[in-house]
Design a protein around this ligand. Structure first.
Ligand code: ADP
Ligand code: MG
Length: 138
């Protein structure tokens, strides 16, 4: 899928509307690929816009007021996957909310087998991104 930013946001919102409890979305792509942009669009689709930064963990931001709780991890600065253990990641990944992980390839071994993996690569033009992702029925 080749998407401009509007199409990326539309895809994210549609994905957000379709999500069921217990889903983990693994976002993979370089700095500036559009992982945060897509995360915000997914949040919008779930009916939330503002995340509340966790007082204890800087890599986790929680959205609590939507259709489902949303846990947004950005593991870019994670030095050791063991830190995820300290956060108690399993409660989030295998709970009743939705989890989004930016830089998911850094914690690949911790991802559930059924995680939705979305890869964002640069496109031909600066405003385009190539998305390797499941299509969403609606
Ligand atoms: N098609 C596109 N999809 C998503 N973002 C795009 C697109 N084209 C340009 N951009 C821009 O690319 C940047 C992506 O930044 P961000 O979402 O923070 O990336 P990441 O979280 O992957 O580092 C934003 O400034 C956004 O406006
Ligand atoms: Mg980001």
């Amino acid at each position: 899928m080749i998407l401009n930013e509007d199409e990326m946001n539309a895809y994210g919102r549609k994905l957000g509307r379709s999500l069921v409890p217990g889903t983990v979305i693994a976002l993979v792509g370089d700095l500036g690929a559009g992982k945060t942009t897509l995360s915000k669009a997914i949040a919008e689709g779930l009916g939330v816009t503002e995340c509340v930064t966790s007082p204890t963990f800087t890599i986790l931001c929680e959205y609590r007021t939507g259709r489902l709780p949303l846990f947004h991890f950005d593991v870019y600065r994670l030095d050791d996957p063991e830190e995820m253990e300290n956060i108690g990641y399993e409660d989030y990944f295998y709970g009743n909310g939705v989890t989004i992980v930016e830089w998911a390839d850094k914690i690949e071994e911790l991802l559930p087998k059924d995680a939705i993996v979305i890869r964002i690569d640069s496109g031909k033009n600066p405003w385009e991104r190539s998305l390797t992702a499941p299509s969403i029925a609606e």
